[in-house]
Design a protein around this ligand. Structure first.
Ligand code: OAD
Length: 265
């Protein structure tokens, strides 16, 4: 339900975004909730149901990459072990972009959105049509070389050995999704930092603001004088520094916000 109060907040945010020169969107799992993908935390969150992954997940991979790949290539086994995880994986595989994603495509086309920094691994921003997307936690549709950072579409990658080797440099290949305990790939981290430092407005969309380094970007932008608007049905640790907090779903609010910005010409 879009109340008069929310309409007023949308007007304020639209004016600020319209007047900004470099706008960045920091996105979290709430953005894809309306595409049918459960969030991680809160009621219904996948970590709430099955617990957070082992913080040494990346170390475990490095210790025995062959075991990880054998499990990766045998999803039925993994699905049997954890039906909740299986439901999550199915939701990810079947998800389509929602009106919130398409609103960000419009904003980029209007020249009012420099970069999306997304924590989501679902790839839905790219599928929707955004071009400038920094996937800070990777993209489940890709593999990545740990040595040279080349990315390969899973569907087009031929696996000969396990673990597979990078066709470009013979380095170790893993899923592009960033594991617990894994450093953020330096190329994407550099893009995120540059975008954050250069922005004068940041949209904070559907993230609990609890996972670093992404959670630090709004504070950094705020300290640099950027305008911060948060769209989330719940308050988060970031809410304390935002200028405009719009309590609602991104799939409802973003299309209205982008329409307002368009009307301003
Ligand atoms: P969380 O699950 O921690 O938080 C989701 C946020 O979305 C919460 O603040 C909700 O209130 C909000 N939300 C729910 N539905 C929404 C909607 N329709 N519109 C807008 N907001 C909504 O997800 P993230 O903050 O993305 O990392 O979590 C960050 C990282 O933690 C993830 O990328 C993942 C996880 O561990 C990795 O897997 C590496």
């Amino acid at each position: 339900m879009i109340t008069d109060e929310i309409k007023k907040l949308i007007d304020i945010a639209a004016e600020k975004i319209h007047g900004a020169s470099h706008v960045v969107a920091l996105v979290g799992a709430g953005m894809s909730a309306e595409s049918g993908i459960p969030t991680y935390r809160g009621s219904g969150g996948i970590w709430t149901k099955i617990g957070e992954p082992d913080p040494r997940s990346f170390q475990n991979f490095m210790n025995d990459p062959k075991l990880w790949w054998e499990r990766m290539l045998n999803p039925d086994l993994v699905n049997e072990e954890s039906p909740e995880r299986a439901k999550f994986t199915k939701a990810l595989a079947e998800a389509k972009p929602n009106p919130g994603h398409f609103a960000l495509v419009e904003l980029e086309k209007m020249g009012k959105l420099d970069t999306i920094i997304t924590q989501n691994v679902d790839g839905l921003h790219r599928i929707a049509g955004n071009n400038n997307v920094a996937e800070i936690h990777g993209n489940r549709n890709y593999y990545r070389c740990l040595d040279c950072s080349s990315r390969f579409l899973r569907d087009e990658f031929t696996i000969i050995d396990i673990p597979p080797k990078c066709p470009n440099c013979q380095g170790m290949i893993k899923g592009d999704g960033v594991m617990f305990g894994e450093p953020i790939p330096s190329d994407v981290l550099a893009r995120c930092i540059t975008a954050t430092q250069n922005c004068d407005a940041m949209l904070v969309l559907g993230t609990s603001g609890t996972v670093y380094p992404a959670a630090s970007f709004p504070t950094e932008a705020y300290m640099n004088g950027a305008y911060i608007v948060e769209i989330n049905p719940e308050r988060t640790p970031i809410s304390d520094i935002v200028t405009t907090q719009i309590a609602g779903a991104t799939g409802d609010i973003l299309p209205l916000l982008v329409e307002k910005i368009r009307e301003m010409g």
